[in-house]
Every structure is written in structure tokens, then in C-alpha cells.
Design a protein. Structure first.
Lengths: 505, 505
């Protein structure tokens, strides 16, 4: 329709305002998506699944249509010419980024990729326990083929490398050259560090807690730990799911964890990890909620929050002192709950097969291994059938463990590859490095930080994170966020120093 | 767009198929709406409310747009000329009904009405406990004004009376003349029956259960009762909320109840009531899910299911025998759990102020009173300020209780009026009458029905309801559904006979 009055009315309204209204609508639809997705993982009975999948597909289609309306190209261009505040300009930058990602891939490819990952992920649930690598390979080749097509198109649009273009979806601005530089350095010192820590800890006996640990007591303990860490229960909840996650929306954060009654640390540390994600979401800039600029900066920055909580604080000797009385209360007195023992327990290093069970020191080895496999995989330098041999060699080299023939605890262990989440893995270790950098910065400005944590004062940590990370949302690109927060871009030296101080100091 | 090829393509596709696809999309959006609405009542933390309200408004707007697309008028007309199966034709009838309701009211009026009810309902939450009738009146006048406007427009469109047109939204096909006839008869015999039952029960001592009744034990008991009544937990859940309800979708039914630890019957009977609603939803015609013809027939038929479970079965002497061992297991042995005592407890008649706490015998008096007030209110024969005097007079006449000055337990007790749900109340008692009619029909074809229930065999009841009510969805208008199920349209004589047999027999 080109009625002159309508055209005139349209140019009267700033294009930016129209875009802001569109993104507000998308925010409402994302709310529905987030809550029903949480429900699917945490509450939904099994026979609800087909109807739920259809409802989620409907809202995804609606959102895709809104994000790919042809007039947006022109609206974005016009808005860039309008007078805008700094925050609005940052918001517009994030709008363009979301628009580019939504419009880069033809719908037919997106649908083929979704079908391939749905099939592969569904079969993987049974193939993993059955150690069925060959069965997995049949589906995974198709996942890989569509992921390579996506990488090629994203690369052509952005000028980035193919793997880099996939990684950029999760970690905007991060480049392979930098990951190579950082991981290349870590790979030099990590195997030696792991060996030294394991040797040192062999002389430090640790007493194991004795179960059972009733699930209701674990639930109550988890909520106490979340309160200790400042989670706002008037704007969020803790529930249970097979795989812990942080979901919901900034106004209503839904965390999940899982419990086993013979062990409580897995559930508790999972809860603390997700609480870091949750507090970031709860403290994003509220005045901008609903706009892209209010979102969490990147997945590495998100993981830097969960790891600040789980590793930097959870593994702190002062934190064991805070936790000990809660454990007494939850499970009764045990010698293992003595703070020094508890701290040793929470910082035990033991190279193993499984990434999600890995300690803070050996974790980066798992990530580097995946990066060194998935990048050449996407770039066509290796094929899916080459994975097991590479996996075995790198596990032996980096962690000294033998994984031959054990696919279920090897390349079949993660959901990322069946779900085509190529480019995500680096965020975990980049996040651990950012977390160490944040704590190094805090210690510079608060020399008594460790003493305060040991006295049970966690507020200085949370205040710093809120002022420097949470409240910024996506106001600045990641490099600038890091620079403003800590005086430098990502510097992995802080992570190495942290591990050496904590584990060899 | 009127490109000739597009126009040709459009007439090639049956209009019915396009409508079916549209209603399938609406079903997906209703799924999102239902699950997040359940979440809001059962799980959402308080600070999530504003974002939730905005997200729900967004999806309501989307659905309204889909239902009011101008081309639907033509599509419906064309579909009515197409060759269709009986089920498709019934589906088309229900589509037209939904389309008429969605298009009858201008959006500005719908928005004004929503604002007025939101304001009134919000203030009512505090005004009710404060017994603040005058404060309520200030907001309620606006609610009434917009409801009268809606009634007038719906009446003009449908040719029904004004109150009738509002009632028709909940109970399609029900007319005021019939309600007048039915309630007019009930109001003749009910006060006398209540007095006789109360006199009779005064000579039948009943032993009260002794609390506390721990909530976890009540929860487990409720789930056992739901299993006993055939609820499918693979396609539904039980949770808690301030006001019990049955929500979710047919594929995933979400029931809620509430608990007090000094009393267990309220929570248990609430659960059994909602289980009746839930089984209806779980057993709607699955082949047609997503289409209007698959929906529950009407609110009176829905209430006939919840009351078949809560009253017809729950108040059956055989049911007390089934329940007794579950109560022993949940709370330990008590003399009050002896089946005969339990049955007396569950059928105790005591006229009181509160509708939702009323027994089966005095309940219709509450409904008749509301009908006799809200109908002239909508039709402009009385004004909002006339309500208390009418309320007091009718409570004295029908139930022999004195409500003067007690607004909080009087006209302020229900959420229906602040929410402008005028025309809903009759469905409760029409549902109780339908439930009695279903059981009378079952007894004709299964003379040993009561003996079987007493032996713990509930399957014949559920099988009959599934075959005659649940699986029919909206295949037939209500009168025809009743005729096919029981050989006659609604006949309130069965309800009177049921009350006399149970309470005076």
C-alpha cells in the first residue's frame, strides 16, 4: 500500500521508535517461549510433548516472520541517520545484529537444519548409553552438512571465517586468531599444571561425606545457598530438570538443578552455577528490558558469571566456612563438613572423561579438545568419522586418560554436536578466564577482599559484578565491557595465576 | 493483492481447509496462553507479573487479529457451500460461533471492559477483606456499564435477550425462559428440602477428624484419589494455587487445589472436582484436537463432569469405603475415618454464607440468588447499589441466614462480578442437574451400579461418561448431546430425586 497519507505518516514517526516497538513485541513472544520451554524441561508430563513442540514451532515461525519483514532493511538504515542517545545507538547496533542473523539463512535451510538436529538429538539419547558411535554417525553427517552450509552463508555475509561465523552467534566479536592464541598458550602449561596439582593433592587426604542426603534437605539447602548469593526469589524460582539450566526471563528467572541422594555437591554446585547466570539476568538494565541492548552481553560473559559464583566463590576457602553450618543443618554433623576438609573436597582435581563433571583445573582441556576438533570439522579439513581417533589422541595428550572404544564417555557425551551448537564450547573457558580477570580486578581495588569473603561478606563481589557487568547489558561490545570493568581486554594470565595461587599456593 | 494466479490458487483450495489451518494455529497459541496462565497462578513469583501480563496481552492481540481477518466472513460462507462430513460441518458451526463472538464487539469496547475489570478485580482483593462495599461500588459501576454495552451489542447481533446473550457465551443454546422455568421450580421446593435435611441430620451425630493434616500427606492423598478416578498423569499434573482450577490443554491438563493443615476435605474435594474437569479434557476427541469441534461442549456440561466426580461419586456411600483406607494411610487411624461416619461428614448440609463452601443441597440457592440479581442488573431493571438489599432478602428467604452489613461474605464473595463474568453462575447448578441426569441414566442401564461403586468399581461410570459425553466434544448442540446420552434434554427432576434419595432416603 502506497497511499500518500500513510507514507507521510510513516516518515513522521522516527524509524527507531518503530523498531523499538517491534523488539518489544518480540520480547513478549520470547517471554512465552522461555516460560513454556522451562515448563517443558521442568514440569511437563511426557504426553504433552507433541502439542508443546507444535506450539513452540508456531511462535518461532511468528517471530521469524517479524524479524524478516522486508521493510526492516529500510527502517534500520533510516534509524541509523536519526539523532539517538548513546544507549539507543547501542540498541540499534544490537537490533541490526539480530536482524542480520535472522535474515542470513534461507528458511528452507533453517528447517532442514532443525529436522536434522531434532532427528540426531532424539536418536543420540539412546545411542549414547548404547555406545553406538556408528549409529550416531549416520544422523550426525546430515547435521554437519547443514551446519557447514550455514557456516558458509554466515561467513559470506559477515566476512568472518566459517567456524568463526558460527562462534560469533554466541560470542560476538571473538575471533579464531584470538582463541588460537589463548588456547595455544593454555595447552602449553595446562597438562603440566594438572600433573603438579594431582601430585600435591595426593598428599592431602580428604574425608568424603556419608550419605544418603535426602532430596528435600538438598532442595532447602540449595535455596539457602541461593539466598546467601543474593538470588531474588520474588523474581525467580528453583526447580529440577534432567540437565540444569537457567531459563525464564529477566523479570522471572527460572533455574533448575538435579539431585542424587548419594551425593549432594553435584546438585549444590549446579545450583550455585545457575545462580550466577540468574543474578546476571535479574540485574540486567531494567529501564531497557525488552530491547536488545538490555540483553546479556555474550555467552562467555554469561559463563563468567556462573563461574564467578561456582568456581571463584564456590572454591574459595572462605566460602567453605559459610557453607559448613548450612550442611550441618541440612544433613546433621559430619567430620567431612569441617571447613578445611570441605574446601579440599570442593577443589579436588582429578582428570576424567566427562566435561560437565570436570574440576576447574582440567576443564579447559575438555574445551580445547572440542575446539580443536569442531573447528576443522566445520571448515571441511576433517570428517565426522575422524573424530574418535582425534578424541583419543587429545585426551591422552591433554589429560592422560585412555578413551579408546568408549564413545559414550567420549565424543557422544555432549548434546552440543547433535544439536549443531558448533562454536559454543570456547565460551566456557573464555568465561572462566573472564571470571578470574574480574576477581583480579576486585582484589586490586579491595585488597581485603579475601578476608571479607572469609568473614562471610559477599556483597562487595556482587556489588562489583552488578556495577561493572550486569547493569551494562549489551551497552558496549565485549572488549570494551572488559576494558571498562578491568582496564584491559581479555587477559588469560589472570586465569593461570588464579589456578596456580589456589592449587599450588 | 489481487494477482489473478493467486486468486485462482485460492479458489482451488477448499475454504474449509484454510479455516481448519487457521484454527490449528489458534490452538497452538491457546496452548502457550494456557500454560503460561497456569504458571502465573501456580508457579510465578510476584515480580514476574507485569512482564507476564504484557506477554499475555501480546498473544491475545495476535489471536484477536487472526480471528477478525476480514476474509474470514467470505471463507465461512464459501465453506458452508462445500461438501463436508458431519464432523466437519459441526466443526464449521463452532468456527462460525467463535468468529461471531470475536467480531461482535469493537476493540475499543473490549479494551475499556478489560481495563474496568482489571481495576475492579485488583481493588476487590483488598476491598473484600475490608468489607468495603462502597469502595467496590465505585469501580463496579464502570464494569457494569461496559458489560451492559457488550450485552446490548451481542443481543443485537444474536437476537437474544441482553443477559441471555452474555449467558450464551458460556452455555450456548440455553435461554432465560428455560432457566426461569428450572430455577423457578427449584426455588419452590428447595428451602423446604434444606429444612427437612437439616432436621434429619440433627439426629445423626458425626465425628470430626482431628488435625493437623500435613500438606505433603494431603498432596500424596490427592494424587491417589486422582489415580482412583482415572486421571492420566502422563498427560497432566496436580499443583497448588490460591483458587483451585483446571487449566492447561487437553494434551496436558493442569489441575490445582489448595491445602490447609487443620482440615483436609476442602483440598481433597477440590482435587476430586477438578479431576472431573480434567478427565473431560483428557478424553475429548483426539482426532479433532486443535479444531473447535473437539472442545468441551459448554460450561454446564463441564460442571456436570466435575460435579459427577465431586458430588455424585464423592458423596456416594460406596466412595467413603474407597477413601477410608487412603485416609488411614495418609494420616493414621482415626474413628472419624470409619466409612459410615466419613460419608455423613461428606454429605453434611449446613446453610451458610459462602457459595464455594456450600453443600450439594444448599448450593443451588446461592446460584438462584445470583441469577435473580445479575439478570435484572444487566437488563437495567436494577442498579449496582440495589444489590445488598436484594442479597439480604434472598439469603433470608432461600437459606434462612442473616447477611445484613456483611458484604465480604455477601455480594463481595465471588470474583465473577468484578471480572464481569455475568451469565456464568447458572452453569454451576445446570451442571449439577445434568450430573444427576447422567447418573439416573446409568442406573437405568446398570441396575447394579451402586453395588459396583460400593465394591470399588468406578470404571462403569467413567466408561459411560467417556462414551456419552467426553468423546463427543462439541459434535452436537447441548440439547442433542443430552438427548443422545440420556434420552431427554435437561430434566431437573433427576436432581430433585437425587437429593431426596441421598438426603432423605
Amino acid at each position: 500500500m502506497t497511499h500518500p497519507a500513510a507514507a507521510a505518516a510513516r516518515t513522521d514517526t522516527p524509524a527507531y521508535d518503530g523498531l523499538a516497538a517491534l523488539f518489544q513485541r518480540l520480547h513478549h513472544l520470547e517471554h512465552l517461549q522461555a516460560i513454556v520451554s522451562w515448563d517443558r524441561a521442568a514440569k511437563m508430563p511426557p504426553r504433552g510433548n507433541d502439542a508443546r513442540a507444535a506450539a513452540l514451532a508456531e511462535v518461532a515461525t511468528l517471530m521469524h516472520r517479524l524479524r524478516t519483514e522486508p521493510r526492516l532493511r529500510d527502517d534500520l538504515a533510516r534509524a541509523e541517520q536519526e539523532p539517538l542517545s548513546d544507549f539507543q545507538r547501542a540498541n540499534l547496533r544490537e537490533m541490526r545484529r539480530e536482524w542480520l542473523l535472522s535474515n542470513a539463512l534461507p528458511e528452507s535451510l533453517v528447517q532442514r537444519a532443525q529436522l536434522a538436529t531434532a532427528r540426531c538429538e532424539h536418536a543420540w539419547r539412546h545411542q549414547r548409553p548404547a555406545n553406538d558411535w556408528n549409529g550416531f554417525l549416520g544422523n550426525f553427517r546430515e547435521v554437519l552438512a547443514t551446519a557447514r552450509e550455514e557456516a558458509t552463508l554466515l561467513s559470506e555475509q559477515s566476512g568472518l571465517g566459517r567456524y568463526e561465523a558460527l562462534m560469533d552467534r554466541f560470542e560476538p566479536g571473538m575471533r579464531c586468531a584470538e582463541v588460537d592464541r589463548i588456547f595455544g598458550a593454555v595447552r602449553q602449561w595446562l597438562p603440566g599444571l594438572i600433573r603438579r596439582v594431582v601430585d600435591k593433592q595426593a598428599h592431602e587426604p580428604v574425608q568424603r561425606p556419608v550419605g544418603p542426603f535426602p532430596v528435600p534437605a538438598q532442595r532447602a539447602l540449595g535455596e539457602q545457598a541461593m539466598r546467601l548469593m543474593g538470588f531474588d526469589f520474588s523474581a525467580g524460582r528453583l526447580d529440577e530438570s534432567t540437565h540444569p539450566f537457567s531459563g525464564g526471563v529477566p523479570e522471572d528467572v527460572r533455574l533448575t538443578t538435579r539431585y542424587r541422594d548419594d551425593e549432594f555437591l553435584m546438585g549444590l554446585l549446579g545450583t550455585i552455577h545457575e545462580t550466577g547466570h540468574g543474578r546476571y539476568e535479574q540485574n540486567l538494565p531494567r529501564a531497557w528490558l525488552g530491547q536488545p541492548v538490555s540483553r546479556a552481553r555474550s555467552m562467555a560473559i554469561h559463563e563468567s558469571q556462573s563461574l564467578a559464583f561456582e568456581m571463584q566463590l564456590g572454591g574459595h576457602p572462605g566460602f567453605a566456612r559459610l557453607l559448613a553450618p548450612l550442611l550441618h543443618q541440612a544433613f546433621g554433623a559430619q567430620p567431612a563438613f569441617e571447613p578445611d576438609n570441605l574446601h579440599r573436597l570442593m577443589t579436588r582435581v582429578k582428570p576424567g572423561f566427562i566435561r560437565v563433571d570436570a574440576d576447574e583445573v582440567s576443564y579447559p582441556a575438555h574445551v580445547i579438545l572440542r575446539y580443536e576438533i569442531e573447528r576443522p570439522l566445520i571448515e571441511g579439513e576433517i570428517e565426522a568419522e575422524d573424530i574418535p581417533a582425534l578424541w583419543d589422541a587429545k585426551m591422552a595428550e591433554l589429560l592422560g586418560v585412555d578413551t579408546r572404544g568408549n564413545y559414550q564417555d567420549g565424543p557422544l557425551q555432549d548434546v552440543h554436536w547433535p544439536e549443531a551448537m558448533f562454536g559454543y564450547f570456547p565460551c566456557y573457558s573464555l568465561g572462566a578466564m573472564f571470571a578470574a580477570q574480574w576477581f583480579a580486578t576486585m582484589r586490586r581495588s579491595m585488597p581485603d577482599l579475601d578476608a571479607r569473603i572469609t568473614r562471610g561478606e559477599l556483597a562487595p563481589v556482587f556489588d562489583w559484578l552488578r556495577d561493572n557487568i550486569w547493569s551494562a547489558g549489551s551497552r558496549w561490545p565485549t572488549d570494551e565491557l572488559a576494558l571498562r570493568a578491568s582496564g584491559e581486554a581479555l587477559n588469560p594470565a589472570h586465569f593461570k595465576a588464579h589456578l596456580e595461587a589456589r592449587y599450588l599456593g
